[in-house]
Design a protein. Structure first.
Length: 420
């Protein structure tokens, strides 16, 4: 009688690969299931959060919210899953958002849209009805436009274009980044692309701070567009974003500062954010050398509970950031440091297959949502989260969202670590 093969021993490379593959497969199933649950085959926007099983309902600002960043990640992750048609529905939602805004006609996208199938006409924005005041409310951040979110939307469209060769996606990505180039460049030294615009039309507030993370995103999108067009805007934009990121490198500490303060000039050097420290390593070639020290900084200052937190000296695991770290470690030849991250990621799976944003009730970021905030009110909660699920898939698949074809590293060379 045939006997079943023995399960890989705990802690072995075979067991690590098995758990990593579980992270990939279950994440891909969750993402494709979210798209498939939408009726028809038309454009969609996926809700960013689900209510925790047995917990309280989502707060009103999150009940209908499909954040552009999360949807862009989900679309790229679906490409990594080998499901371009599911990714295409999200991409079609992003094209609709760019071309059918209720007010703007300049190529920007908002930070969030109403979750669900995208109807004809202006693409709906999220909001909620407040019965006591008998008023409809919209969140000022969600209806605004952050530069990094536009760049992520463009990155997703470029990934879908490469998978489908549908020219609409390439053209819409160019329209989006044309808006970034025209509307968000701040020339005051260090020159770079500013945070974006906060609040409702017709006169949203300009946010003059400059973000390392946003400029990494912009660099990647501009460079990708430059592969397909000789338009000098794309190389100029990439050069501007890159110079800013290089200026944010803090050699004494071995990390990147998160950016500047509101004046666009003064270094905001105290906070540390995991994405700002790690994303440059897989998005931008390190001409001067030494950026790999950021891996040691984040390991020393961001690790908590076997995973990674959002900021230095964190108060809990940030699932999304743990996926980011796993991908960057794999791409930079530190596979051995990911061994304990896969079981942690898998343990955050909710009944729906989505991953919780954090295993804690709430974790802080040390950042504020917008200029109206009087405290550092940007938190992550123990809620199933689209963005966390997508980053875990990208990490497990070995897919770099900043590079054509998911190439690992920052130089654009594809090492097919997804099939090792």
């Amino acid at each position: 009688m045939a006997t079943a093969p023995a399960a890989p021993a705990a802690g072995t490379p075979a067991r690590e690969q098995e758990v990593r593959e579980q992270v990939r497969q279950t994440g891909c199933q969750a993402l494709s299931g979210r798209v498939g649950a939408m009726p028809g085959k038309g454009p969609v926007m996926l809700g960013s959060y689900e209510a925790a099983p047995g917990g309280e309902p989502l707060p009103p600002p999150l009940q209908q919210s499909a954040f552009v960043y999360d949807n862009a990640l989900a679309g790229i992750a679906l490409i990594a899953c080998g499901q371009p048609e599911a990714a295409r529905r999200i991409a079609d939602g992003m094209v609709a958002a760019t071309t059918r805004d209720r007010h703007y006609h300049d190529g920007r996208v908002r930070n969030a849209y109403r979750a669900g199938p995208v109807p004809e006409g202006p693409v709906p924005l999220p909001g909620w009805w407040d019965a006591p005041s008998k008023r409809w409310f919209e969140d000022n951040y969600q209806v605004g436009t952050a530069t990094g979110n536009v760049a992520w939307a463009a990155l997703m469209l470029l990934a879908v274009y490469e998978s489908t060769r549908d020219r609409r996606y390439l053209d819409t990505a160019a329209t989006m980044m044309g808006w970034v180039d025209k509307a968000t460049y701040g020339s005051e030294s260090p020159g770079a692309f500013i945070g974006g615009y906060f609040g409702e039309e017709p006169s949203p507030r300009r946010q003059g701070w400059k973000s390392t993370e946003h400029n990494v995103d912009a660099y990647a999108a501009f460079r990708w567009l430059a592969r397909y067009s000789s338009d000098p805007r794309w190389r100029t934009g990439a050069d501007r974003a890159r110079r800013f990121v290089e200026a944010m490198w803090q050699p004494g500490e071995g990390r990147f500062a998160i950016g500047t303060r509101d004046d666009g000039r003064t270094l905001n050097g105290a906070p540390s954010a995991l994405d700002a420290s790690l994303w440059p390593l897989i998005a931008i070639p390190d001409a001067a050398g030494g950026w790999s020290r950021a891996l040691d900084w984040t390991r020393a200052r961001h690790m908590v509970g076997g995973g990674y937190g959002f900021n230095a000296n964190p108060d809990g695991v940030w699932t999304e950031g743990t996926g980011q770290a796993a991908l960057v470690l794999r791409a930079t030849g530190r596979e051995d440091q990911t061994r304990d991250l896969w079981p942690l990621l898998l343990s955050q799976r909710a009944p729906s297959g989505m991953l919780y944003a954090t295993p804690e009730r709430r974790i802080r970021t040390g950042l504020s949502i917008g200029p109206d905030s009087t405290t550092e009110d940007f938190y992550y909660y123990h809620l199933p989260h689209l963005g966390a699920t997508a980053w875990a898939v990208l990490a497990a698949a070995g897919w770099n969202p900043f590079q054509p074809g998911g190439a690992t590293g920052a130089a654009g060379k594809r090492a097919d670590i997804a099939k090792e």
